[in-house]
Design a protein around this ligand. Structure first.
Ligand code: C2O
Ligand code: CU
Length: 478
C-alpha cells in the first residue's frame, strides 16, 4: 500500500474539524441573539420605586420606614422594619449625574436616619445621626435628602443610628447608578442584596444583644439567609446567557463567600463601579458593606436545577470551624439550547494611582479591650468612638492610612464620603469604600479629600463592632 503523505492527513483532520465546528455553530446561537428567558428574574427581582418627577434626569421619590409584618419563616409573622413595606427597601435606580431627591418619613417607634453607603454626597446628606444631622423623630418625623449621583456603581442605603439593630431588623435597600457607557456584553443586571436575620422558631427577632459579650466580640450572624429578602428564591438562567450580578452584603456581621460549582465568575468591580480590568475567579468574597459586580455565565446543561451557596468565610476565631455551606438561592437552567457567551474587553477603566508624594501618614489600629466592668469594648487606637477626638484634615489633602488589625477577628473597614485605593500591587486597581482587614494583618490605603468638607465617619462595618466603639470621625476642614 502506498503510504499517505502527511499533507493528506493534515488536510483530512482540518476538514473534519471544520465540519464539526460548523455543525456546532449551527446549533448554538450567540448570546446576543437571544434574550433572557421569560420571567427569568421574577422570583428574585426587587420592585423599583415610583419616580414622581417627570424630568428624566431627576429621581424623586417618597420613602417611609415602618414596621410591617412579613412571612419570613413559613406560617410565622415577623415584625420587619421596612422601607416602603418591602424587604429590602425598593431599588433606587438612576443614571450617572442624575439628581436624587428622597422625601423620607419615619413611622418607626424610634428615631432613624438614612446613610447612602458609598455615594459621594454633601456632608449634610450623609445621614449620620448626631454628626451630620439630627435624628429624624419617631412616629412621623420627616427629612428630605437631595444629592447628585456622582459615580456609577452599586450602592445601598441604611440607618446610621442604632444601626446593628435597625439594619438587622430589615432596614436596608439597594441603589444602582448606571453608566450609559457600560458595555451591554456584560449581561442583564441582577441586583442581589444579601443579608441574614436572627429569628426564633416563631419568627420573632432574637434580642439585639443575644449572646452578650461574646455576641459583641464575634458579631451576630443571623440564622436565616436572605437573598433580596427571600428565603431560597429561584432564578432562571439559560446556559451561556450572561447575567451581570451586582451583589451587596447588607448583613450586620456575616461575611459571604459565593461560588457556583467553581464556575468562573468574571469580576468587573465593586464598590465604585468598574475596576481597572476583569478578574476571573472561582469564588467571590464580600464583607459587610461591600459590593461585587461580576458576570455570571450559566454553566449547567438545559433542564438542570442547582443551588447557589454561602460558604464559611475565615474572619477569625470560630468563623469556619465545624460550619458548612448553606443554600441561598435555587438556580434553574431552563430547557432551551445553550448559547455561546459574549466576549468583552479585559481592560475596563483607567484608574490612575493617587499621587502620594508628601501625603500625611496616619496609623489606625483596630482595637479590642475591656472596660472596668469587664465588658468588651472596641475602638480605634484604643479609644471608644464616644471619646474619640476627630482626625483633622482639609479639602484637597491626600493621606495614607495604615489600618492595622492585631485582634483575633477580621474587620471590614469603611470610610464615608470618599473612595480610597488600597496600596497593594497584587490587587487589581479599583476604588473602594469598604475593605476587609483580616486578623493580624495591616493594609495601607490612599485617599484624597475632594471638595466636600464636614465631619465624616470611618468604622468597622460589622455593625455590632461599630456599636461598641470601633468607629472614628474625620473632620475635613474647608
Ligand atoms: Cu454602611 Cu457608616 O456605613
Ligand atoms: Cu469589626
Amino acid at each position: 500500500m502506498p503510504s499517505r503523505s502527511p499533507l493528506f492527513l493534515i488536510t483530512l483532520i482540518a476538514l473534519l474539524c471544520s465540519v464539526s465546528l460548523s455543525l456546532a455553530a449551527q446549533e448554538a446561537l450567540p448570546a446576543a441573539a437571544v434574550i433572557q428567558s421569560e420571567q427569568w428574574d421574577a422570583g428574585v427581582a426587587l420592585p423599583q420605586v415610583e419616580d414622581l418627577n417627570p424630568d428624566p434626569d431627576i429621581l424623586e421619590i417618597e420613602l417611609s420606614a415602618a414596621i410591617h409584618e412579613m412571612e419570613i419563616i413559613p406560617g410565622k409573622k415577623t415584625p420587619v422594619w421596612s422601607y416602603n413595606g418591602g424587604l429590602p427597601g425598593p431599588l433606587l435606580k438612576a443614571k450617572l449625574g442624575d439628581r436624587i431627591i428622597v422625601h423620607f418619613t419615619n413611622l418607626l417607634p424610634e428615631p432613624t436616619t438614612i446613610h447612602w453607603h458609598g455615594l459621594r454626597l454633601p456632608n449634610n446628606m450623609d445621614g449620620v445621626a448626631g454628626f451630620t444631622q439630627d435624628p429624624i423623630a419617631a412616629n412621623g418625623g420627616e427629612f428630605t435628602y437631595d444629592f447628585i449621583a456622582r459615580d456609577a456603581g452599586t450602592f445601598w442605603y441604611h440607618p446610621h443610628i442604632n444601626s446593628a439593630a435597625q439594619v438587622g431588623w430589615g432596614l436596608y435597600g439597594p441603589i444602582l447608578i448606571t453608566d450609559p457607557g457600560d458595555s451591554p456584553e456584560y449581561g442583564d443586571d441582577l441586583i442581589l442584596m444579601l443579608s441574614d436575620m436572627s429569628l426564633d422558631a416563631e419568627g420573632q427577632f432574637l434580642p439585639v444583644d443575644v449572646g452578650g459579650g461574646f455576641g459583641d466580640l464575634f458579631g451576630r450572624e443571623g440564622s436565616v439567609l436572605l437573598v433580596n429578602g427571600k428565603v431560597m428564591p429561584t432564578l432562571k438562567v439559560r446556559q451561556g446567557k450572561q447575567q451581570r450580578w451586582r451583589v451587596i452584603n447588607a448583613a450586620r456581621t456575616r461575611y459571604y463567600t459565593l461560588r457556583y460549582k467553581r464556575a468562573p465568575l468574571v469580576k468587573l468591580g465593586g464598590d465604585n463601579g468598574l475596576a481597572a480590568r476583569t478578574q476571573t475567579l472561582d469564588q467571590i468574597k464580600l464583607v459587610p458593606g461591600e459590593r461585587a459586580d461580576f458576570v455570571f455565565t450559566p454553566p449547567d446543561a438545559p433542564g438542570t436545577e442547582s443551588k447557589l451557596r454561602w460558604y464559611p468565610t475565615e474572619r477569625g476565631y470560630g468563623s469556619t470551624f465545624n460550619r458548612f455551606a448553606e443554600d441561598m438561592m435555587t438556580i434553574i437552567t431552563v430547557d432551551e439550547p445553550a448559547v455561546i457567551p459574549q466576549t468583552f474587553a479585559e481592560t475596563l477603566r483607567s484608574i490612575e494611582p493617587i499621587d502620594i508624594t508628601g501625603a500625611v501618614e496616619r496609623e489606625l489600629n483596630l482595637t479590642i479591650g475591656y472596660d472596668s466592668d469587664d465588658n468588651v469594648v472596641m475602638g480605634i487606637n484604643g479609644i471608644h468612638h464616644d471619646h474619640a477626638v476627630p482626625i483633622e484634615t482639609h479639602v484637597g489633602a491626600t493621606e495614607v492610612w495604615t489600618v492595622r488589625n492585631d485582634t483575633d477577628f477580621a474587620h471590614p473597614f469603611h470610610l464615608h464620603g470618599f473612595f480610597f485605593q488600597v496600596l497593594d500591587d497584587t490587587r487589581v486597581p479599583e476604588w473602594k469604600d469598604t475593605v476587609d482587614v483580616p486578623s493580624k494583618t495591616e493594609l495601607k490605603l490612599a485617599v484624597t479629600f475632594d471638595d466636600r468638607p464636614g465631619m465624616w465617619m470611618y468604622h468597622c462595618h460589622i455593625l455590632d463592632h461599630a456599636e461598641i466603639g470601633m468607629m472614628g470621625h474625620l473632620h475635613v476642614l474647608p
